[in-house]
Design a protein around this ligand. Structure first.
Ligand SMILES: C[S@@+](CC[C@H](N)C(=O)[O-])C[C@H]1O[C@@H](n2cnc3c(N)ncnc32)[C@H](O)[C@@H]1O
Length: 213
């Protein structure tokens, strides 16, 4: 189920600044060469991520789930001078494509791309982040939230993608991934340390602000 009717999505995209040439190429190449291209954020969501990053002006960003690097490049747009984005992905088969995309974006010195299981890598990171984007395996969303929470600066933001899960969050008999997404949404909603808004953009983005430790 599409959250927004395709013609309205098209209208929204037509009234959104055009996709940068490089992002357009990454989007096209991902659709041509990579499995499950629907995972890529795409034009509208990419602009939303870039806008949020420009508004937050983060010094440090953590992304969980690089895929082909599209969202990492969008998020890096708002980094402060000298800022860094760490992006994690378990899929080593995409390494050369991702490194190539980061290089073409001129972001080699800003994007630290690490390959491995994010559940393990996050435990080894001793840094704090002004912005975190959770966009990896759905069944671990709650674990990612718990693992990163203390690493988010007070007043910092977390984003989590696919929180409407193609509308399946309303299913009477939800499958495993849907149950995980629903549990994540409830966890955030019940967390007194944050304020949050579920943005019905593309497949749903949970936007969370850390208001207390
Ligand atoms: C939805 S895609 C990310 C899309 C990307 N953020 C974008 O918008 O273009 C999810 C990615 O999470 C990665 N992933 C899944 N489980 C993971 C894990 N345990 N650790 C790190 N990455 C994982 C997958 O390999 C996949 O590339």
């Amino acid at each position: 189920m599409e959250i927004l009717e395709p013609s309205l999505l098209q209208y929204a995209e037509e009234h959104t600044s055009p996709e940068d040439q490089l992002l357009y190429s990454i989007n096209r190449d991902t659709h041509a060469k990579v499995m499950m291209p629907r995972m890529l954020s795409g034009h509208l969501q990419g602009k939303v991520l870039a806008m949020i990053s420009h508004m937050v002006k983060p010094k440090s960003i953590l992304e969980i789930g690089t895929y082909t690097g599209y969202s990492a490049i969008c998020l890096a747009a708002g980094l402060q001078d000298g800022g860094k984005l760490i992006t994690l992905d378990i899929n080593e088969e995409l390494e050369s494509m991702v490194r190539n995309n980061i290089q073409h974006a001129g972001l080699t010195d800003k994007i630290d791309y690490r390959i491995g299981n994010a559940l393990e890598i996050i435990k080894t990171i001793n840094e704090t982040f002004d912005l975190v984007f959770i966009d990896a395996d759905k069944e671990n969303y709650n674990k990612y939230y718990d693992l990163v929470f203390d690493k988010v600066t007070l007043g910092g933001f977390l984003l989590a993608d696919n929180v409407l899960w193609s509308g399946k969050v309303l299913d009477a008999k939800p499958d495993k991934d849907t149950r995980a997404i629903k549990a994540f949404n409830k966890k955030v909603q019940d967390d007194p340390r944050v304020e949050n808004v579920l943005l019905p953009i593309r497949d749903g983005i949970m936007l969370v602000r850390k208001t207390s430790l």
